[in-house]
Design a protein around this ligand. Structure first.
Ligand SMILES: Cc1cc2nc3c(=O)[nH]c(=O)nc-3n(C[C@H](O)[C@H](O)[C@H](O)COP(=O)(O)OP(=O)(O)OC[C@H]3O[C@@H](n4cnc5c(N)ncnc54)[C@H](O)[C@@H]3O)c2cc1C
Length: 417
């Protein structure tokens, strides 16, 4: 029995059904996919949640291939994103960096953001032994100790908040940057480890990908497979409580069987307890954006005056297939970490400021806003229950799919004994 039909739950349910097991999937809402979802804005079917996935580990791409969507995996525009610092206008993100950590701290594009003093402080980490801070648990701890707080606040935090919706002190280093710690020990410096990792990544090509037509197509294909493999899907079925080999539904019904929990956070934790992630989407008639003035988008440093968004994606500049579909119009996605009053106007004004062009109200063809609640990390998993999904794996489809596949393999092994 799988509780929760987000990508984590769908992957496990599919793998267990493929292994010949009878699977029941219990989903609280009337649809599958969780935060991978579709909405229609300005007449276009767009992702209302995740819009890309990391290629790290290859697990998502393998799954997508199995689902028959391999031909539709697309790379983003390599132009890259910009950074809105606290003071001044947006600047391109330093070219040689990883999660904002500069590989060449004294490079002109780094000094333009940090200033000379903080850049020199970061540069000096190369004098420390490679073992210094090598036991750091989080990305935040490592960067603060080796390169100083300015790199953390001005470069790393905006990227981590914009991409992962988390603070650097919440991101486990080995999860978000596998291999970086070992490279630092080997090369003797964090900057050199970044350069080494970047060179390897550059040889492998882009580190993220999307799906032509939208990432939500992965959920549509997973759902079709579940139906084909005979999974019993029960919609509008909220599980109230789980115990070893038993779940209790909201209406008091109990169902017996091996339980896999794939819901955000602890069952019983009110959904309002999770943090908010609000996605605002603008469809714009704005030829002044044709030149993609800020590359694929802008990450925002906390405290940038007058801007409430924490990140902006110029989706039609990032994804050529989407530009074709949008037929000359532009799609801009902005993310917020709290609900915002008068959101359509705030999003328009944030986009205007971040993209550095005038976007009068008359250029807005359509606006949509989606509020998601994200889980807090789970500290304990009750005995005898398998846990998959973001709560167990960390955020992002690459982590969720890899962990769900591994958990499914382990369960299939248990069943075979
Ligand atoms: C706005 C936004 C943008 C994102 N962009 C990206 C991106 O570009 N790339 C990327 O890799 N990741 C992105 N992510 C993160 C990614 O979408 C998630 O990490 C991943 O989809 C989480 O999957 P999940 O299965 O763990 O959980 P969820 O998607 O949260 O699904 C959980 C499911 O469980 C159901 N459920 C909850 N409680 C119960 C209950 N009591 N009983 C039964 N069912 C229940 C829910 O209805 C839901 O269907 C984004 C997230 C958000 C919010």
């Amino acid at each position: 029995m799988v509780v929760g039909g987000g990508v984590g739950g769908l992957v496990v349910a599919r793998r267990l059904a493929l292994g010949g097991h009878h699977v029941t999937l219990l989903e609280a809402s009337g649809r599958l996919g969780g935060t991978v979802s579709r909405h229609t804005v300005g007449g276009l079917d767009l992702d209302a949640g995740a819009e890309s996935f990391a290629l790290r580990g290859g697990t998502v791409a393998t799954l997508v291939g199995e689902l028959g969507l391999g031909e539709d995996i697309v790379s983003p525009n390599p132009e890259g994103a910009w950074l809105q610092p606290v003071r001044g206008d947006a600047v391109p993100l330093p070219k040689m960096s990883l999660l904002g950590i500069p590989g060449s701290p004294m490079a002109a594009d780094v000094m333009a953001i940090l200033g000379g003093k903080a850049a020199f402080r970061a540069f000096s980490e190369a004098l420390l032994p490679g073992t210094y801070a090598a036991k750091s648990v989080t990305l935040g701890e490592l960067v603060r100790k080796r390169m100083g707080p300015a790199v953390l606040e001005n470069l790393v935090a905006p990227i981590v908040r914009g991409v992962h919706s988390l603070e650097p002190d919440e991101l486990e280093l080995d999860r978000v940057a596998p291999g970086l710690r070992a490279a630092m020990r080997r090369t003797g410096s964090l900057a050199r480890a970044v350069l080494e990792t970047r060179t390897t990544a550059a040889k492998a090509g882009s580190s993220v990908a999307g799906i032509r037509g939208g990432v939500f197509r992965i959920v549509e294909a997973l759902s079709a497979d579940l139906v084909r493999f005979g999974v019993d899907i029960r919609y509008n079925t909220r599980v109230r409580d789980v115990a070893e080999n038993r779940v209790t539904l909201d209406d008091g019904e109990t169902i017996e069987g091996r339980v896999v929990v794939a819901t955000p956070g602890l069952l019983g934790t009110p959904v309002e307890a999770g943090r908010a992630a609000v996605l605002a989407t603008l469809v714009l008639d704005a030829p002044q954006l044709d030149s993609a003035p800020r590359g694929t988008g802008v990450l925002v440093a906390a405290g940038a005056p007058g801007i409430q968004a924490r990140a902006l994606t110029h989706a039609t500049a990032k994804w050529p297939w989407l530009a074709e579909r949008a037929d000359g119009n532009h799609i801009v996605r902005l993310s917020y970490s709290a609900e915002v009053a008068n959101h359509a106007e705030v999003a328009r004004s944030d986009a205007e400021r971040l993209l550095g062009v005038s976007l009068p109200a008359s250029s807005v063809i359509d606006f949509a806003r989606v509020l998601w609640r994200r889980p807090n990390r789970q500290e304990h998993t009750p005995e005898g229950i398998s846990l998959v999904g973001e709560t167990a794996s960390g955020t992002g489809l690459a982590s969720v799919v890899a962990q769900a596949e591994a958990e499914a393999q382990s369960l299939l092994g248990d069943f075979a004994q």
